[in-house]
Design a protein around this ligand. Structure first.
Ligand code: SAH
Length: 456
């Protein structure tokens, strides 16, 4: 039987939005056939035009709002939706927090864990201007060098000056650098022909320290007028403690190349997080929303219920933020992480803060967990902060074989959190209290949460 969708491309329909996907798209149903619509919110009635029809779903765009949601924010900037910088900007902040809580609830319910309680999402008082790092493409548009952001799903740059979710001091710095590049007639990179010079400007600024780093990523080793450029940047931006030219000749989506030229100041800046000092290089991973990271990690540490006598494993430890913050509450901390550079940073940061009860290993968490277990390590608490794909099943086996009394799980993807919690349940652990979502990325659809699991 030939399948026919109940909707046709380029035709208009009237429908009510019944749901919001985890990517923040409104969902309407016509004869049970889902249509995904940007910039549409649950409860809204819209006239929509179908833009694409696939086998089991379609995409559409709003032609006219017949009834708007009370949670709708008007006066939005289309550039933020076009670029995906702020895909939830059209939803009020309380609406965003509720959306994230409901997403987590729905995923637990779908896994038949209906009795799991999900707390209200912990949000920010000021849910914008929070990012401490920006990396913006530099391109020539209609004869002029521009900084901005890629249009979603393309490599076309939309010029932007106010990035909305970044530290405004960083926005200012980008405009300063852009104007100097224009003034000194330095060429922007051309992606199509792989010619030109400046590919990206990256700026980092310490939330507490206010130290600023400017990284200019170039295709070529040569950067004309570099001395003048550096002098003018430091004059205009007194917070700048480091100006680096990073050479990335490769035609790739990887942002940074291997070669750094320090044109001014130091190769690193410093900032504080959880009361500790961290050294941050151009290449370092560092949490981008320090205020909410502190909330999330403090909650995780609270849930670990440490008295100072425990052995703690911090798996997927990155630059050791959790390990180092936990160290003063524990006897000994063991961190494991797959990226060598992150572990180098973690060790530097341990020294910087005079912490000597932490041991870091470069390995796959699942492999190292097994090794520690075989070596007789008995962790009292295991803390995990894995990437979006969640925990490897071998990790869960090795972790539960070690029989810790608690496991604290920091998650950046509720779907894999639910999957992993089910596996821990099969291995004799249960959830303690509620799941706590924390909004690390306001205006976007990312959802972080933290839970504690204890031995039955
Ligand atoms: N808490 C950390 C961030 C964790 S992000 C911090 O503040 O720095 C998740 C980390 O898991 C990343 O650093 C990533 O490199 C690491 N990772 C991914 N897969 C891994 C694996 N199989 N084993 C160990 N670490 C892994």
């Amino acid at each position: 039987m030939k399948f026919t969708a109940p909707v046709e491309k380029n035709k208009n329909y009237t429908a009510t939005i019944v749901d919001l996907t985890y990517q923040g798209m409104g969902v309407a149903k016509i004869e049970d056939f889902p249509i995904f619509i940007t910039n549409a919110l649950p409860g809204e009635e819209v006239e929509l035009s179908v833009t694409k029809v696939a086998k089991s779903y379609a995409f559409g765009r709003v032609v006219k709002f017949i009834k708007e949601s009370p949670d709708r924010v008007n006066n939005i900037d289309v550039a933020y939706t076009q670029t995906g910088i702020a895909p939830l900007q059209h939803l009020s902040y309380p609406g965003q927090l509720a959306f994230k809580q409901h997403q987590v609830e729905a995923l637990f319910a779908k896994a038949h864990l209906d009795d799991v309680k999900v707390n209200e999402t912990i949000g920010m008082e000021t849910p914008y201007h929070y990012r401490n790092k920006a990396q913006v493409p530099v391109r020539e548009i209609r004869g002029q060098l521009e900084t901005g952001f890629y249009k979603r799903g393309s490599h076309d740059v939309v010029p932007i000056e106010d990035f909305y979710i970044q530290d405004p001091e960083i926005d200012k710095a980008i405009v300063v650098v852009r104007d100097l590049l224009r003034r000194f007639h330095i060429d922007a990179y051309d992606e199509e022909t792989n010619t030109g010079v400046v590919k990206t400007v990256m700026v980092r600024r310490g939330y507490y320290s206010h130290e600023m780093m400017v990284v200019i990523v170039t295709r070529t080793h040569k950067l004309s007028m570099v001395n003048e450029l550096v002098e003018e940047i430091t004059k205009a931006l007194p917070e700048v403690k480091s100006i680096i030219q990073n050479v990335n000749s490769a035609r790739t989506n990887v942002l940074l190349g291997q070669t750094d030229r320090i044109h001014f100041g130091s190769s690193v800046i410093h900032d504080q997080l959880m009361g500790l000092t961290f050294e941050i290089s151009a290449h370092s991973f560092y949490q981008v929303n320090p205020q909410q990271t502190e909330r999330l990690y403090n909650l995780a540490i609270e849930k670990a219920q440490l008295a100072g006598k425990e052995n703690v494993v911090d798996a997927y430890c990155g630059i050791g933020t959790i390990s180092l913050a936990v160290a003063k509450h524990a006897k000994q901390v063991y961190g494991v992480e797959i990226v060598q550079d992150a572990i180098s940073d973690a060790k530097t940061n341990a020294n910087l803060n005079g912490i000597d009860n932490v041991e870091f290993k470069v390995a796959k968490a699942e492999t190292q967990m097994e090794r520690w277990h075989e070596a007789g390590l008995q962790p009292d608490v295991i803390m995990v902060d894995p990437p979006r794909k969640g925990l490897a099943p071998e990790f869960i086996t090795a972790a539960t074989d070690a029989q810790p009394s608690r496991i604290v799980y920091v998650s950046c993807n509720p779907a894999t959190l639910v999957r992993d919690v089910q596996l821990f349940m099969e291995k004799g652990y249960h959830l303690e209290g509620a799941v706590q979502p924390v909004d690390q990325f306001p205006q976007t659809t990312s959802i972080e949460s933290v839970v504690a699991l204890v031995k039955d």
